[in-house]
Design a protein around this ligand. Structure first.
Ligand code: NZQ
Ligand code: ZN
Length: 381
């Protein structure tokens, strides 16, 4: 096991009817900005619950944060915060609203020029406090310090993380996920599944047993509960298990002391930046390709995944496991080939060239070069 340090300060408030508790978590006297997306919270009652809980505060709202949130939109919220003298942000929505909120909280305090620099490695020295009501189990953003922001003008989608951008609190009420459309429920399950794979499916085998067992527990939960959530969208325990599993998939614990990959995400982000696919759709395309091309390096772990999660043993266990992963994504209704989304050679070249221009070496061994990216995407046509 590699050395590690761990500090996760997020207060989790989990369960039915817990949105009202935000009144006790936001410091008294705060001027609050509620951030939200395209309006799903107005249809499912979450907005009304948040408004009620904010009744003792002076508060404002900023809506219209889009999926794969835009830098340009975030900067409008930054201007509003400065104009109104706001000092606390409440994010109400999915990972996109929360990621935007993380960026806004850092951008409003950024004094070293254009806040876009934050996405280019600029150091965050200060950030405004924020909390969230998360409405879509997927990203783990509710219990991590990372965010992914898109600049529409340049079709760039980049991530940042800082010890200063953890939420102060996150409210996880599984009943708010009853209203998710099947596509978003499925996206969430696939995203969380792939988060675990990025931290588990590496050359590492046998020297971080607790993390491996924890990773498998999360994936087994997703595989068992994901299909049920599509059939029984208002089953509380199914929704609760999915919500907690998604949070655990990316809250830092299973990353302790292990190598990490993240190639699937980095390739996927470029596909979204250029072609607008949902985040999870890109992952469902790329992960089986990464597993296939890197099957020697990742073989022992793929074999273990097959045995522990899908009950696969014996001849061709690696290939059967890769197929089982692909079949699981398809069974959730998330298509796994570029052609399913009308993409082909042009996209492969564009994505590989963009990643080549960044000079990144991807994967836990930094051996996923632009040529390997082309190979991965070519088998996913
Ligand atoms: O905008 P509204 O109207 O709220 O609708 C949203 C949106 O259209 C809707 N939705 C959310 N909760 C709902 C709901 N509809 C009905 N009922 C509810 N309870 O779902 C749609 C998608 O929402 P979005 O927030 O975009 O989805 P998700 O949570 O999957 O977030 C995706 C974003 O997170 C980033 C992705 O790259 C992408 O930009 N990621 C963030 C990470 C992190 N911070 O750690 C890690 C991930 O790997 C990921 O990259
Ligand atoms: Zn993801």
């Amino acid at each position: 096991m590699e050395n590690f340090s761990l500090a996760n300060p997020v207060k989790i408030i989990f369960g039915k009817d817990t949105i009202k508790n935000i009144a006790n978590e936001i410091p008294q006297g705060s001027k609050v900005l509620m951030t939200y997306g395209g309006g799903s919270i107005k249809k499912n009652g979450v907005y009304d619950q948040a408004v009620k809980a904010l009744s003792g505060f002076e508060w404002y709202e900023f809506s219209g944060i889009e999926p794969n949130p835009h830098y340009e939109t975030c900067m409008k919220a930054v201007a509003m915060i400065k104009e109104k003298g706001i000092n606390f942000i409440l994010s109400v929505g999915g990972g996109s609203v929360l990621d935007a909120t993380k960026f806004i909280s850092a951008a409003v305090c950024f004094e070293e020029g254009d806040p876009w620099m934050i996405l280019k490695g600029g150091k965050i020295k200060k950030a405004m406090s924020f909390g969230d009501i998360i409405t879509l189990p997927a990203t783990g953003s509710e219990m991590n310090n990372g965010a992914v922001i898109t600049r529409a003008e340049t079709t760039e989608k980049l991530a940042f993380a800082s010890p200063l951008t953890y939420p102060k609190f996150s409210v996880l009420d599984p009943t708010v996920t009853y209203s998710l459309p099947p596509r978003q429920t499925a996206n969430g399950v696939v995203d969380a599944f792939v988060h675990v794979m990025e931290q588990y499916l590496t050359y590492n085998e046998g020297d971080s047993l607790l993390q491996d067992n924890m990773a498998e527990a999360i994936v087994k939960t997703l595989v068992a509960e994901g299909p049920k959530a599509l059939k029984e969208p208002t089953n509380y325990d199914v929704r609760a298990n999915l919500m907690w599993a998604s949070t655990w998939a990316l809250n830092g614990w299973i990353a302790c002391g292990v190598p990490e990959d993240w190639a699937t995400h980095m390739i996927g982000h470029e596909i979204t930046a250029f072609y607008g696919l949902d985040h999870a759709q890109t992952l469902a395309i790329v992960l089986p390709g990464v597993m296939t091309v890197l099957k020697e390096q990742k073989g022992k772990k793929i074999t273990r995944l097959g045995k522990e999660v899908f009950g696969i043993q014996g001849d061709d266990a690696i290939d059967k496991t890769i197929k089982a992963v692909e079949d699981f994504f398809e069974s959730m209704g998330v298509k796994t080939h570029l052609s399913d989304y009308g993409l082909g050679d042009e996209a492969i070249i564009k994505v590989a060239e963009r990643l080549a221009s960044r000079g990144w070496k991807l994967g836990e061994r930094q051996n996923i070069t632009p040529d390997v990216i082309k190979e991965i995407l070519t088998i996913r046509k």
